[in-house]
Design a protein around this ligand. Structure first.
Ligand code: ADP
Ligand code: MG
Length: 678
């Protein structure tokens, strides 16, 4: 059988089983997927310099003819050094290759090559070390640079790529109708794929990348819009706006901020429509999203409709249960907590009161939307700290019951254009200010030498009646030198925190133990919680004013911001001390950013810049397909074009069923790896 684009990658000439495995490690299973293995950069052999002009200790391209290969030398430790003498016609240079006899053997005397590598030495004697090279007679002078994996050399990938592209040329395809291509001035897909790998010029590469980036953004938009339109059925719960909200507002221990109020109003307006609400509530940590959720539950209950509030962890679920019961039960609502750790008997009882309609608000983990839970009238589903739930989970939720209204709450605020992409299936409300009187958390990054001082600072605050968190990355000691909560807690109780009440909290504890500890911490019986990132999301103990984070280098920016959000939730001045002995540039940058701002939007933008958009999009956080080529930051205008194009296409063909959109539809589904249209 001749190989085709969608056959197993093993069938390409020279690949076979072993290399096929290596490709699979890169996520490449077929020639088609290989073609979408986009080079990260190019090596341009056209602009070579004479040996005498190559700057020392930098990489350059040289055009060299080999005149003598020396015998390989074996030195201590099994290392092999191969050397060859070469010339550019004026000056000589030594080619040095470490530990790669094969690369050396392939070089021929009296042959001329373009070589790219670091040039060292002095003015009389120069060396070029482990160069990448091609024969000067080769006509492909711009070579793709790929993300490699062990056992797949650049040359091998290039030769397999050539074969895969030849398969494409035999059976070319195109995802965009001609009129779309010409409107947005895009080259054909085949030409884009050819030129992204083997461009004949810089501009050819650029045109190719532009088309592929456009495609990627378009498919992302299409996929998200298809998800959105699928959930825009009729809801059985078009609520009545005639609810008096005054009792709710006046029973709150504070007045809502303007941002909270307008979010409440937007939500209520949605709840009164005949299509289900599908809204994202964005707000920085501590902006008071829970109170907004409570208002929505109150409004729903007054319409005799049940609400479910779903949290990513049991700790958070029981905290919300407490907040909502305290707020809503005095107003006559009945609130229940359903988690996986209840005894079967209690679960059964709860399920009965859910199905009888006795309960108005049900709080829990994802257990509350499982099939065995039947609701009398589930009209509103709220997911908190939404970044733990991806696109697919949101879609699954849409299937529950009679198309309930949905509100998702996220504490990872992101710039609006990005939000439109990442949450393209949602409408967005944003709470942009924090409640009055909040003092920003003061953040300091220090090295381990300052640990003693950090702890005396912690003790001082404990003595003033505050509480503290200490966060470590690990649970148990391991080979790494990372701090682990178990040994850390033991040690602290004997030394730095002697005489203070401390407790341990981590994800591997049984949930009733976790709950007990959290309760004691909330009551103030425990002064210091020594914990892993289980406290990362949502936990709200306003009396906690200091947080120490060990091995701060281990955490991403958004995660540090989330963690830090556990303090500064009350009227006290609060502090976050980041301890790290890592001096890498990347770590220093992160520490600098997190210590200089408390603004979640700024932090997520910085995070995006540091991590790169592909990573940002594809992270488990958002559950979106990763972007391979589109550089979101530099291409806001491309994003807008793709969005416009998406709207035009869907206006004419809402479910992409027209023949001219067939390949586009298939490709979009392939990107999302699931039949989202079905
Ligand atoms: P998040 O948005 O991070 O989920 P929470 O809903 O947990 O924030 O609220 C953080 C804290 O702020 C809670 O202790 C809550 O009682 C308090 N809070 C919420 N809204 C206000 C407000 N308008 N004024 C004062 N405090 C508020
Ligand atoms: Mg919260």
């Amino acid at each position: 059988m001749p190989a085709d684009l969608f056959c197993d990658i093993e069938f390409l000439k020279g690949v076979g089983k072993a290399r096929g495995e290596k490709y699979r490690k890169l996520g490449i299973n077929s020639p088609y997927e290989l073609i979408y293995h986009i080079p990260k950069d190019y090596l341009d052999f056209r602009t070579h310099v004479p040996v005498c002009q190559a700057p020392l200790n930098e990489s350059s391209v040289l055009k060299l003819t080999i005149f003598r290969k020396l015998p390989p030398q074996r030195i201590k430790g099994g290392l092999v050094i191969c050397k060859a003498a070469a010339t550019d016609g004026f000056d000589d240079i030594l080619i040095v290759i470490y530990n790669n006899v094969y690369a050396f053997q392939a070089l021929q005397e009296n042959e001329t090559y373009f070589m790219f590598g670091k040039v060292t030495g002095n003015f009389t004697r120069r060396e070029i070390t482990s160069p990448v090279y091609i024969k000067a007679s080769e006509n492909v002078l711009i070579q793709p640079k790929y993300h490699l994996t062990q056992g797949l050399s650049a040359n091998m990938i290039r030769s397999n790529m050539r074969q895969a592209l030849d398969l494409l040329h035999k059976a070319p395809f195109e995802t965009l109708p001609d009129h779309v291509r010409s409107k947005y001035q895009l080259c054909t897909l085949v030409s884009a794929l050819e030129n992204v790998h083997f461009p004949s010029s810089d501009s050819a590469a650029e045109i190719a990348r532009h088309r592929l980036a456009f495609d990627e953004l378009l498919k992302l938009q299409l996929g998200m819009s298809l998800l959105k339109s699928r959930s825009r059925r009729q809801t059985a719960y078009k609520l009545n706006s005639g609810v008096d909200m005054a009792p709710f507002f006046s029973s709150l221990p504070f007045t809502l901020t303007d941002g909270q109020l307008s979010a409440v109003n937007e939500i209520i307006a949605d709840l009164c429509r005949s299509t289900p609400m599908n809204r994202l509530l964005q707000g920085d940590v501590g902006s008071g999203k829970t109170a907004v959720a409570a208002a929505a539950c109150f409004f729903a209950a007054k319409n005799n409709v049940q609400s479910a509030l779903m949290a990513p962890t049991e700790i958070l679920a029981s905290q919300h249960f407490k907040t909502l019961s305290d707020l809503l039960e005095p107003l006559g609502l009945r609130v229940g907590l359903l988690t996986g750790s209840l005894t079967p008997k209690k679960k059964e009882l709860l399920r009965n009161s859910i199905s009888s309609g006795e309960l108005d608000v049900i709080v829990g983990t994802h257990a509350i939307i499982q099939k065995d839970v039947e609701y009398a009238a589930l009209g509103l589903v709220i997911t908190d700290e939404q970044h733990r739930f991806g696109v697919q989970q949101r879609a699954a939720l849409a299937e529950k019951g009679d198309s309930p209204h949905r509100l998702v709450m996220s504490a990872t605020p992101i710039p609006r254009t990005l939000a439109l992409y990442i949450y393209g299936d949602l409408d967005v409300s944003a709470i942009t200010q924090l409640p009055k009187g909040r003092k920003p958390v003061q953040t300091f990054a220090v090295t381990g030498k300052m640990r003693q001082r950090a702890f005396s600072f912690v003790r001082q605050h404990l003595d003033e009646g505050r509480q503290a968190y200490v966060v470590c990355p690990m649970i148990e000691d391991s080979d790494s030198d990372l701090f682990a909560v178990k040994s850390y807690a033991e040690n602290a109780a004997k030394n730095d925190l002697k005489g203070y009440s401390t407790a341990l909290l981590h994800g591997r504890m049984r949930s009733n133990e976790k709950e007990k500890v959290m309760k004691q911490f909330r009551n103030g019986d425990i002064q210091v919680l020594i914990c892993t990132t289980v406290v990362e999301v949502g936990v709200d103990v306003p009396n906690a004013a200091v947080m120490v984070i060990e091995n701060a280098e281990r955490f991403g920016l958004s995660q540090l911001h989330q963690l830090r959000g556990r303090v500064g939730r009350g009227q006290y001045s609060s502090y976050c001390i980041l301890i790290t002995d890592n001096h890498s540039e990347d770590c220093l940058k992160r520490m600098k950013i997190i210590s200089s701002t408390n603004d979640g939007f700024k932090i997520s933008e910085a995070d995006l810049k540091l991590r790169g958009p592909g990573d940002f999009f594809g992270s488990a956080q958002h559950g979106l397909p990763p972007l391979k080529i589109a550089d979101v930051e530099c291409s806001m205008s491309l994003m807008n074009q793709a969005k416009l194009c998406c709207e035009e296409i869907l206006a004419a063909d809402p479910d992409l069923s027209a023949p001219e959109h067939h390949t586009l539809r298939v490709d979009t589904l392939r990107l999302f790896n699931k039949d989202i249209v079905g």
